[in-house]
Design a protein around this ligand. Sequence first.
Ligand SMILES: *Cc1c(COP(=O)(O)O)cnc(C)c1O
Length: 415
Amino acid sequence: MFQNTKNIKPFEKKVWLSSPTMHGDEQKWVNDAFVKNWITTAGENINEVEKIVAERIGVKYAVALSCGTAALHLATKLAGEKLYGQAKPNCGTLQGHKVFCSDMTFNATVNTVTYEGGEPVFIDTERDTWNISPKALERAFELYPDVKLVVFAHLYGIPAKVDEIRAVCARHGALIVEDAAESLGATYKGVQTGSFGNYNAISFNGNKIITGSSGGMFLTNSKEDADKVRKWSTQSRESAPWYQHAEMGYNYRMSNIIAGIVRGQMNYLDEHISQKKVIYERYKDGLKGLPVTLNPFDANNCEPNYWLSCLLIDTYAMCPQKRTDTEATYTPEKGKSCPTEILETLVKFNAEGRPIWKPMHLQPIYSKNLFVTAGDNGEDVGADIFARGLCLPSDNKMTAEQQDVIIEIIRSCFE
Ligand SMILES: *Cc1c(COP(=O)(O)O)cnc(C)c1O
């Protein structure tokens, strides 16, 4: 290693995994909020951005919230209430009930089930899109036929196998919470992600494809559900002359300042997607000949938003790599590499990569939860992708020249 990186100098300015890309329109709407003194969790920016997003995703209602996690929480709470009725104030709506969840994802996808007292049962990942396996999901329903709720995400902006997942859920009468936090703008059979579930969530966190610094939204076609989420998110006030409360409340509303940023950003969603697509394709091209593949998708059925380009190293080309709960080490080998080596090398050159989301069934907090795989041969797809995969610098402000250097750095790891 480093033979061919001798002439490569570290980047002067860090190349990020995915950082905010502002255009100026955002500032205009933030200023507008200042001028009109709507420095609160209500105002024109919120009303407008809810309309803009609902229209873009093709749903009737969008409710602007403080973050994607809040949107997921209220989506999950709503699903629980629909299935099992209103909860007591000190209980969640999913208290004591199992919920089938994506396994390889950010913890927010599944924590919100736990917030409501549910017990996440993790469903293994499939290799075609790195999302929840419809086969494993079917198997889970055979094992636990009473389950009535499925929560799944579209990882790294690549749509999951929506038709198959919906067919399994329909067969077993289960509701769906769709976590489209990473996939804003991605489509499946021409339809936007974030519109497939009974309850849907998106995120405007700082490293997502568009951002308000933070923020999220609950998306639905049901006016009743939208009204309910709006009410819950503003401390559950009943209509009365005073602060009257009949239900548990939350302070989850989006700020009008943040809504201004998102309002300006929405004009650039398509631009960001096409920039990310160019990055994905440049990696695909530039890494040809190496024993690696990129995060896969079904080009016939979907158009990802290409949020993050990820790499998967062929099994035979993996050098020995060890991960404890907190540390990673590896032994370099000629012609081989591993995520740890590539990530450490990227850091040396001032670029940011990231391991694949560590599967939830491998997390200490969920070590006692059930985990269902597609077969009974012990194959754990999520653990395998976690071991061999990594997220590459995918910032849409990365220049072609910088990306060529990143590609060279990755190549050097396999020498
Ligand atoms: C970012 C993310 C969330 C949470 O969104 P926040 O706005 O950060 O709360 C949820 N699920 C997935 C898959 C995410 O990547």
